[in-house]
Design a protein around this ligand. Sequence first.
Ligand code: NI
Length: 259
Amino acid sequence: MMEKIMLFDSHAHIDDKKFNEDREATIARALENGIGGILNAGADMFSSARAVDLAEQYEPVYAAVGIHPHDAKDARETDYPKLAEWAVRPKVVAIGEIGLDYHYDFSPRDVQKAVFIRQLDLARQLGKPVIIHDREAHADLLAVMKKEGAGLSGVFHCFSGSLEMAREVLAMGLYLSFAGPVTFANAHKLKEVAKTIPLDRLLVETDSPYLTPEPHRGRRNEPAYVRLVAETIAGLRNIEPEQLARITTENTKRLFGIQ
Ligand code: NI
């Protein structure tokens, strides 16, 4: 147990209704487990508003605001100025999560791309990093980032690509974040990436309430479990969990401009 070691859950959705019964207790459990910060990502206008509220309500919580590719089809012109208005609040540290999702294709791909690019522009104007969602859209995502992502900082959240893709992401100056799947026994490719990339570009997250790490797989995920992700990666890299915790927390704070 990594008691007293500060970890940062760089991506969670504690605004989700699955936490309605015990949100405050969930945050308290995270703190008890040495998680000093939780970045709550927005996925649509409603959850972005909730993320902003939670960041204002709870000291360890920070917010990102943005429209997920699933919801790109519902994006309206008036949403962008609203996102910009939220983004300048002190604890709103990124635009996200944004990107492409070709697994579910809940929004048409051209619409996903247009809404993604629009938000990359917004992030650039606001000087904010981006949190990128990429599911089965690796090639298009890299192409969009190469063409439209110049000058942006950000992270590929819950990275799921190959080592070759990781190298391209790193060459763009971006970070890679790992969630519960890196703890799965059969995740050989992912473990290889987590073991190999430079330590100063690595973040850890839960994506709560989704992607629950071993040994809690199948149950609701929560920020306290980011410890399990960090311990797994520390084991892969043969370093002390405390060192991994310290460095990933520093990385998260550096990327998102958190003091
Ligand atoms: Ni997410």
